[in-house]
Design a protein around this ligand. Structure first.
Ligand SMILES: C[S@@+](CC[C@H](N)C(=O)[O-])C[C@H]1O[C@@H](n2cnc3c(N)ncnc32)[C@H](O)[C@@H]1O
Length: 274
């Protein structure tokens, strides 16, 4: 069977973007050039593609089926122990990198790191960032993070920690985080393959965000930044939480591609050390 024939007969099964990613993953040399038209699939390849199709129809995320996902132009290993990195999180990384560059920041923590996609993207782009840490509560997620850190030869210290409790007296110039922020009742079947611990933010989705806002000042240097992703509908709730804390100044709210408020940049303005 020719690759083109298989692709044509399955064009309605897959989203076009997913089909392109499958071709790119399995036939890296072919692109959409001559192999696409003339390439012949042996039985093993057909079987493999049919297996992918079966899992895809079961609504298993393509990233888990292929075991990898692209984030910020970098390939990351993923499995069901970690969230599949999302496009909107790239915007959070972009904002963090702007500040890192402008303020010559050297010490950053990726809090709730999952696959370590944020930490590794920062380390790769911002070479002046000497000390990059990444932490997660899940040992299984940290195993994936470890694999990515090694395969990208990134000098990143991985720490297993319940939020910031594992760091004791350490202080960072920036904490970047994409915490779990989905309301428990909103975790529907479309998210069922991803780890609950990566999504569940409690009844109002704000359980972990509140804890991060409370803990971060103890672990940030004076004038340090907290860059945090939030749910698309959480700006007002997060804003009223921040009003309760005197130690933050809001630097900026971040919008996503759908024009939703998706993140916040805070600066710690009070010099406080426990
Ligand atoms: C939304 S995922 C983000 C993963 C990754 N940073 C990304 O952007 O794709 C949240 C991560 O927080 C971790 N997590 C949940 N509760 C935590 C806690 N109390 N302390 C540290 N990490 C936690 C989960 O294991 C999960 O990996």
């Amino acid at each position: 069977m020719r690759l083109k024939g298989w692709l044509d007969s399955n064009s309605r099964v897959f989203m076009a973007r997913d089909l392109r990613y499958i071709v790119k993953s399995f036939f890296p040399a072919c692109g959409l050039g001559s192999f696409y038209d003339s390439g012949f699939l042996n039985n093993d390849k057909v079987q493999c593609l049919e297996n992918i199709k079966r899992l895809y129809l079961e609504k298993i995320p393509l990233a888990y089926i292929l075991g990898k996902e692209e984030f910020y132009g970098i390939e990351f290993k993923v499995n069901p122990s970690v969230l599949v990195p999302r496009k909107e999180t790239e915007l959070i990384v972009e904002e963090a990198l702007d500040i890192i560059d402008r303020d010559n920041i050297k010490c950053v923590l990726d809090l709730c790191c999952g696959s370590a996609n944020i930490a590794i993207s920062i380390k790769k782009v911002a070479s002046q960032c000497r000390d990059v840490f990444a932490c997660d509560i899940s040992a299984a997620a940290l195993a994936v993070a470890g694999w990515n850190v090694c395969s990208h030869k990134a000098d990143i210290k991985l720490v297993r920690s319940d939020l910031l409790s594992g760091f004791r007296s350490q202080q960072f110039s920036m904490i970047v985080t994409n915490p779990p922020y989905v309301e428990s009742k909103a975790i529907d079947s479309s998210l069922r393959h991803e780890p609950r611990v990566a999504l569940d933010g409690g009844v109002d989705g704000l359980d972990i965000i509140k804890k991060v806002l409370l803990q971060a000042p103890f672990y940030l240097k004076k004038d340090g930044y907290l860059v945090m992703e939030i749910g698309y509908n959480q700006k007002e709730a997060v804003n009223s939480l921040i009003e309760r804390f005197a130690w933050y100044k809001i630097v900026k709210w971040i919008k996503d591609y759908d024009n939703n408020w998706r993140g916040i940049i805070l600066k710690k303005t009070i010099d406080y050390r426990p």
